[in-house]
Design a protein around this ligand. Sequence first.
Ligand code: A3D
Length: 320
Amino acid sequence: MARKKIALIGSGMIGGTLAHLAAKKELGDIVLFDIAEGMPQGKALDLSQCGPVEGFDAKITGSNDYADIAGADVVIVTAGVPRKPGMSRDDLLGINLSVMKSVGEGIKNNAPDAFVICITNPLDAMVWALREFSGLPHNKVVGMAGVLDSARFATFLAWEFDCSVKDVNAFVLGGHGDTMVPVKSYTTINGIPVDDYAQIKGVSADRIDEIVDRTRKGGGEIVGLLGNGSAYYAPATSAIAMAEAYIGDQKRILPCASYVQGKYGLDGLYVGVPTVIGAGGTEEVVEIELSDEEKANLKVSTDAVEELLEACKALDSSLA
Ligand code: A3D
């Protein structure tokens, strides 16, 4: 069987980490693409030289030419600029929208059969724009955010309860921004609802609310600490889990920014929802029951995403 081909559009902090993880897991051969000349080639050479030490045979190449992504099975997009301290994800809209236009065209012309995972922020608007510019089917274009946001929620809960992260099943829905919706009613510690476990462990409801709030602001906390750029290890790990679900037809149910038409009362919006990922791409959006409060929070979050789409349309008339 031919090896899979993974194309990484953007070879910065997340792109380089993605390449390393994909190579270590032998997901396929890897092409690092970037507009910066020499940089993806340099990273590819450096990463290739991990092979003999780590024992992987994945071929890693760097390129500034979209022709080199031809035939890619999976494309992961991180091209654009990350946040600086004090910036919101939405501040990136204008510059990253024009980046999505060139990336979308590059994918359309060279890898139209790929499963495309977008990471560039502001995520929910950028994945929508990337789908529009690329013209790929909606089930083949998805955004990575919920896996990361849920991992952040799970990490903080495991620390609070002093339990294994393996036993925490955390659930975050909605847009990838400060309005995201960590859903407590579907968050469990090995099946035990989080509020029940908090009672057992003597953790107050206020403390759980603080953890929910820290999760919402989890990306900004890291931006503030790094001082230059944003998180990259966990974002890369999260996107690789999605790529593996597609390549291995795993039918995992992962929270992803998927195209929602009809469910959750939404009409053609990309937003974080539980999604089955398998060989068909995003095979199904799973609609779960939400409490009135969760529904209201989700509405605030999806309204914020809709506002960003209007801003995209105002900036690029081809999207209107
Ligand atoms: P960075 O290290 O700056 O890498 C971005 C790369 O994109 C750079 O190497 C640029 O040269 C390259 N680039 C810029 N324009 C183009 C273009 N037109 N075509 C191809 N490449 C281009 O950033 P990063 O890797 O830290 O972050 C990448 C993106 O991911 C940013 O938009 C972040 O905000 C976003 N991000 C999203 C999450 C989510 O959870 C959704 C988390 C963390 C970061």
